[in-house]
Design a protein around this ligand. Structure first.
Ligand SMILES: [Zn+2]
Length: 747
């Protein structure tokens, strides 16, 4: 972790962004090559590949080393994998082998290239997909090289692969992303830079829809590595060396595309056939126990009677051994059972993904990509919808009908005209709508693109649930993060990068049993994360304030690097989230709550390591619909915790002040207020407007005393909220003067 943190800071701090942190350019074509005849192209390509991608002389798979590294970073991974293994064995036992429908897995290929030779042409990528489809379907002609004793075990795994035809937004793609990088060779340990755009690689697409296959220059003689299903989504997938693809330019013993077959086997939960130990267990019953992984191209039978005592020898020709590409030719039925179990349980969303993500692209295909407004909260019963119209089709979209409705009400229609090319979208403002307070659904869909028929109706519609909150929640709002459901009821999370965000934890708390925190220790991006309050009515209390407990420690020594810190902000909006005003902004040693202020160990505070923060909301006392948000800006440092959020004030403006017994009534009033003072004396009354300006004061109170203990205050002021300051003898202490503040409303 040390290395990770230091690396991220070195490379991603302002002023040092030139290394990997800028967004690498994505190239869709190789203009240089397009200028040359094909034969000439091949010759040039062969030469530069040979120069820049030295062909490994032995197979080296980084999967198990990478897994060990992941386990060090993620203490829960081992237990999750053990549970998966037990569940998998049980599933296989309860699901005897049958012929399945063939599962097709959409693949997105990330070509991350440093020098031109790494920018592998589409044709070789398609050849790689073809190899996968042959090998996983037992359609490779060389499977018959399997020794006769093992041939009955050779399985048609009933898994195929397709290059994605639709990207994550549903727009047309060829399934190949090209990213030029300044990284000359990638590693399977450390940060796995090839998988992250910010580190010079290419961010994964949604692993629930695609197999991410990264192809790039790998260091240390690596041919590839893969992840098992229990790893975090952002790093899930398969990495292979650009030298391992099938095709004439690549050469060597690993040039038939079987590195990808081997690694995808891992990705579908297969282990090396020797169980990565001398006579180890690969959790597959029909593969012989092996003493080792083999190299080159052995002759069968090999290593008879070494581990299993079988004269049949070892199954070195299995894709999960280490032999040359030309000599690995088969998966066994037991391995197939694991892969089928994996696809039906831990990667089950891929069973049906191809129907959408490898579907043919329509020429005419419009749709509502998302609802921009309303989103999560609307502060008025009248609102103006905004939808994002997208052209998913090949043809330019010049017109369509946008249908929209609230709940199950009849559709309204809006005729849009304009020009959107393939993959382009535009925000379309629709006519205003009126609804009622409460929870509603807004739905919008397209029809009649270019006055014709939509080729893919399945992506036409989007809908959103939203809350119309035309009255704010009365204070106090007390949130101790005690309920296991997070975010708390009425609160909203905004997590733009979809990665680490505010979450509940029971590992640390100021009071109760839980708090909320930002896991900066493991956050791999510079994200902004927000927790937003319900709509609040601040007008009904006196002296409104926000208090919360915070706990924070840095990772980096602030005396060495004063600018390395995560940041906590608190902001308020009085216009339903359109604009925000900063109330609180702390970072570095302003924010830390412990000594020492930094630690390279993950920060988990005890109850003594918190600080109470208090923010006055008095300037916003007139806000009947306020939103407050906790906004966090991550910068790879250490964990930040928040607990005991209280948004409150002196509640009930008619209530008797506890210390002095002073009452003000009626309230609100048209300007005439009665002030009841138990002692019958007041040494001064002052009235302030919401800007803090004194608009009334009275020091000689005797003439207006009515009866023994009350006085009348006649205020000739515009309607609005005012603050009353009354000084009177203390009832409790019987000595001295006490001053109370009360809010009054003139209407
Ligand atoms: Zn391997």
């Amino acid at each position: 972790m040390n290395k990770t943190k230091i690396f991220l800071h070195i490379c991603c701090k302002a002023g040092k962004r030139s290394c990997f942190c800028g967004k690498p350019s994505k190239l869709n074509s190789m203009k240089f090559f397009h200028l040359l005849p094909a034969a000439c192209l091949l010759l040039i390509f062969q030469n530069i590949v040979a120069q820049n991608n030295p062909v490994p002389t032995e197979r080296k798979c980084g999967t198990m080393e990478h897994l060990e590294w992941l386990k060090q970073q993620d203490p829960g991974l081992e237990a999750r994998m053990e549970k998966t293994e037990a569940d998998m064995q049980a599933w296989i036992k309860n699901h005897p082998p049958v012929t399945h429908a063939v599962v097709t897995i959409p693949v997105v290929v990330h070509v991350v290239w440093n020098t031109g030779s790494g920018n592998i042409p589409d044709q070789y990528i398609q050849q790689q997909i073809d190899v996968l489809n042959k090998d996983f379907r037992r359609q490779n002609s060389d499977w018959t090289n399997t020794p006769a004793v093992f041939q009955p075990l050779v399985a048609d795994c009933e898994v195929e692969f397709c290059l994605a035809s639709k990207d994550q937004n549903g727009n047309p793609t060829n399934g190949i992303i090209r990213v030029q990088t300044s990284v000359s060779s990638f590693s399977h340990s450390a940060n796995e830079e090839i998988k992250y755009t910010a580190l010079g690689g290419s961010d994964a697409w949604n692993r629930d829809k695609y197999l991410n296959l990264w192809i790039g220059p790998l260091g240390g003689g690596l041919l590839g590595w893969a992840t098992f299903p229990n790893v975090p989504a952002a790093g899930d997938g398969v990495v292979i060396s650009s030298s391992s693809l099938p095709g004439p330019p690549y050469g060597g013993a690993f040039d038939l595309g079987r590195t990808a077959v081997h690694e995808i086997g891992h990705w579908l939960t297969l282990y090396h056939i020797d169980g990565d130990a001398n006579c180890g267990d690969d959790q597959v019953s029909d593969t012989p126990t092996q003493d080792m992984l083999h190299s080159g191209c052995p002759t069968a039978p090999l290593h008879t009677n070494v581990c299993s005592g079988s004269a049949n020898g070892e199954m070195f020709m299995n894709y999960l051994d280490y032999v040359d590409d030309a000599c690995m030719v088969m998966f066994s039925s037991g391995q197939k059972a694991r892969m089928v179990a994996c696809l039906n349980n831990w990667r089950s969303s891929l069973l049906t993904s191809a129907a959408t993500n490898c579907a043919a692209v329509s020429t005419l295909d419009a749709g509502i990509l998302s609802i921009v407004s309303p989103n999560w909260v609307v502060c008025n019963t009248t609102f103006t919808p905004v939808v994002k119209l997208n052209n998913y089709g090949i043809n330019t979209l010049s017109s369509c009908t946008i249908n929209y409705r609230i709940d199950a009400n009849p559709n309204q229609t809006f005729n849009w005209t304009g020009s959107l090319t393939t993959g382009q979208s535009a925000n379309i403002t629709l006519p205003s709508m009126i609804t009622t307070a409460g929870t509603h659904t807004f739905t919008s869909f397209t029809s009649s693109p270019n006055s014709s028929t939509d080729g893919t109706p399945g992506n036409d519609q989007s809908s959103v649930t939203f809350i119309v909150s035309n009255t704010g929640l009365n204070l106090p709002v007390v949130e101790g993060i005690e309920n296991p459901v997070f975010p708390p009821a009425g609160w909203t999370l905004n997590n733009p990068d979809g990665l680490t965000t505010w979450s509940r934890t029971t590992l640390a708390k100021k009071t109760g049993s839980a708090s909320m925190f930002m896991d900066n220790f493991d956050y791999t991006a510079k994200g902004q994360d927000e927790l937003i309050s319900p709509v609040l009515n601040i007008t009904a209390v006196t002296n409104p304030s926000l208090t919360f407990q915070v706990a924070y420690q840095l990772y980096t020594d602030p005396s060495a690097s004063p600018n390395f810190s995560d940041t906590l902000r608190v902001e308020i909006s009085t216009d339903c989230g359109i604009t925000w005003t900063n109330l609180y902004n702390k970072y570095s040693t302003q924010l830390t709550t412990v000594t020492p202020t930094f630690s390279t160990v993950e920060f988990v505070p005890d109850a003594s390591q918190w600080r109470l923060e208090t923010i006055s909301l008095t300037p916003y006392s007139s806000a009947a619909k306020a939103l407050i948000k906790f906004r966090h800006l991550s910068n790879y440092e250490n964990n930040l915790y928040v607990d005991d959020i209280n948004i409150t004030g002196v509640v009930g403006i008619n209530d008797t002040d506890m210390d002095t017994g002073i009452r003000i009534y009626p309230n609100p009033a048209s300007g005439k207020f009665w002030v009841s003072i138990p002692s019958g004396q007041a040494s001064g009354i002052e009235v302030y407007n919401v800007f803090g300006e004194k608009v009334y004061s009275e020091k000689t109170l005797t003439p207006i005393v009515i009866g023994a203990k009350s006085l009348i205050l006649n205020l000739d002021l515009p309607n609005g909220i005012y603050f009353l300051r009354v000084s009177a003898p203390s009832e409790q202490e019987k000595t001295g003067i006490e001053t109370i503040h009360a809010k009054i409303v003139i209407q």
